[in-house]
Design a protein around this ligand. Structure first.
Ligand SMILES: Cc1cc2nc3c(=O)[nH]c(=O)nc-3n(C[C@H](O)[C@H](O)[C@H](O)COP(=O)(O)OP(=O)(O)OC[C@H]3O[C@@H](n4cnc5c(N)ncnc54)[C@H](O)[C@@H]3O)c2cc1C
Length: 324
C-alpha cells in the first residue's frame, strides 16, 4: 500500500510546502512500512528534479506529463488524481495546505468519496488521530477520520525536511478518462512577482497594522523585510483600506502562516488576526500601547513608537550583518 502525495510544481521547481508534505508522508510511511508516491502534474523543464524527489522521501514519482495540466485547475486535477488513486487502489492521499492544495482537496475528496481532514499539524497518534488547530487557533483537536479512504492536507512549516540521499523511480502516467476538453478554466495571463518569498512559505514575516497610519509609511516595513530576507504581511483593515494587497492579509479571513519569526508592527492582536499567526515559532510585537493584546501572545515585545523603533532596528540589523 502506498501514500500518494500531490507534489505541486511550477516550471519544474517544487513548492516548499510540497516537499514538506512528501517528507511528512515519508515519516508516516516508515512507521507503516508503506511507500510514498509523488504525483506531479504538467510538463517539467528539468526531468532530474523528478528523481530528486527521492531526497524528500518519494520512492516513486507518477508524472502526468501533459501540457494541458501546466496551469493549475482544481476540478481537472481532482479528476486526474482520482483516476490515479482508483487505479492504484490507494487509501491515503496527502496534499499541502496551501492555495492549490486547499482548492484541490475538497474536489478530490468528493469525487473519490473519501473523508477529508484539512490543516493537520502532526503525524497520527496510536489511535490514528491527527492534531489540528480549532477555534481560531485557541485550541487543539485530535481528529480521527473514519472512512477508509482519506484525504489530508498538511499545514505548511509544520515539518522541516531533512535532506536524505536517494532517487525516486520516475514513471510516466497518462489518464484514460480525463482529457484537455474537460478543462473549464482558461488561464489568460500569469503574473509572477520576482524575488519575493511566498507568505505561506516564508520563515520570517514582517507584518504591519493600522498603527502605521497609511500606505506611505510602508517603506520601513519593506526595508526591514529586505534586511531580514523576509516576506511582508498585514492585518485585515490594512488590506481592506487598500494600503496593501489582499494577498498579504493574514488571520481568520486571510492566510494562515507558520513562520519561524513573525514581527508584528502596529497591530493590536485581535483574536481574528492571531488565528492566522499563532502557529509562528517566535512572535515579536512592536506596539506603543503596553496594554495591546498582542503582547500576551508575544515571545518578545517592544513597547514603543514604530516610527522610532523600526528605523533603529533596521540600522542595528544592517550593522550586525555588515550591510551598508
Ligand atoms: C469576522 C471577522 C473576521 C476578521 N478577520 C480578520 C483577519 O483575518 N485578520 C485581521 O488582521 N483582522 C481580522 N478582523 C479584524 C480584527 O478584529 C481587528 O479589527 C484587526 O485585526 C485590527 O487591525 P490592526 O491591529 O491593524 O488595527 P487596530 O486595532 O487599529 O490596532 C492598531 C494598533 O497599532 C498600535 N499603534 C498605533 N500607533 C502606533 C505606533 N506609532 N507605533 C506602534 N504601534 C502603534 C495601537 O496601539 C494598536 O494596538 C476580523 C474581524 C471580524 C469581525
Amino acid at each position: 500500500m502506498a501514500i500518494f502525495v500531490f507534489a505541486d510544481q511550477q516550471h519544474g521547481s517544487f513548492k516548499k510546502a510540497a516537499l514538506e508534505t512528501l517528507f511528512f508522508a515519508s515519516q508516516m510511511a516508515a512507521r507503516q512500512q508503506q511507500e510514498v508516491v509523488a504525483v506531479v502534474m504538467g510538463e517539467i523543464d528539468q526531468p532530474q528534479a523528478l528523481a530528486d524527489l527521492g531526497k524528500y522521501g518519494a520512492r516513486r514519482v507518477l508524472h502526468v506529463n501533459a501540457g494541458w495540466l501546466n496551469d493549475f485547475d482544481a476540478q481537472l486535477y481532482a479528476r486526474v488524481f482520482k483516476e490515479i488513486l482508483t487505479q492504484h487502489e490507494a487509501d491515503l492521499c496527502v496534499l499541502p495546505h496551501d492555495f492549490n492544495g486547499r482548492a484541490l482537496a475538497p474536489y478530490l475528496a468528493a469525487q473519490w468519496q473519501a473523508g477529508l481532514l484539512t490543516g493537520i499539524t502532526s503525524l497520527p497518534d496510536e489511535h490514528g488521530c491527527y492534531q489540528k488547530q480549532v477555534f481560531s487557533g485557541k485550541a487543539t483537536a485530535w481528529i480521527r477520520l473514519l472512512p477508509k479512504r482519506q484525504v489530508l492536507t498538511l499545514l505548511p512549516n509544520t515539518f522541516t525536511p531533512t535532506g536524505k540521499e536517494g532517487q525516486a523511480k520516475v514513471e510516466q502516467w497518462q489518464p484514460a478518462q480525463v482529457n484537455a476538453a474537460q478543462r473549464r478554466i482558461r488561464v489568460k495571463e500569469v503574473q509572477t512577482t520576482q524575488g519575493r518569498v511566498p507568505l505561506t512559505e516564508a520563515s520570517i514575516i514582517v507584518s504591519g497594522g493600522r498603527g502605521l497610519k497609511g500606505p506611505e509609511n510602508w517603506g520601513m516595513i519593506e526595508q526591514l523585510a529586505e534586511v531580514l530576507g523576509a516576506a511582508t504581511a498585514c492585518s485585515r483593515p490594512v488590506a481592506d483600506a487598500g494600503w496593501r494587497p489582499h494577498h498579504e492579509h493574514v488571520g481568520q479571513t486571510g492566510l494562515t502562516v507558520r513562520p519561524n519569526l513573525y514581527i508584528a508592527i502596529g497591530i493590536s492582536g485581535a483574536i481574528q488576526h492571531l488565528a492566522g499567526v499563532n502557529g509562528s515559532k517566535y512572535i515579536v510585537v512592536i506596539n506603543k500601547d503596553p496594554e495591546a493584546p498582542f503582547f500576551q501572545a508575544a515571545d518578545y515585545g517592544i513597547v514603543g513608537d514604530a516610527f522610532e523603533v523600526v528605523p533603529r532596528l533596521i540600522e542595528a540589523i544592517k550593522k550586525y550583518k555588515g550591510i551598508s
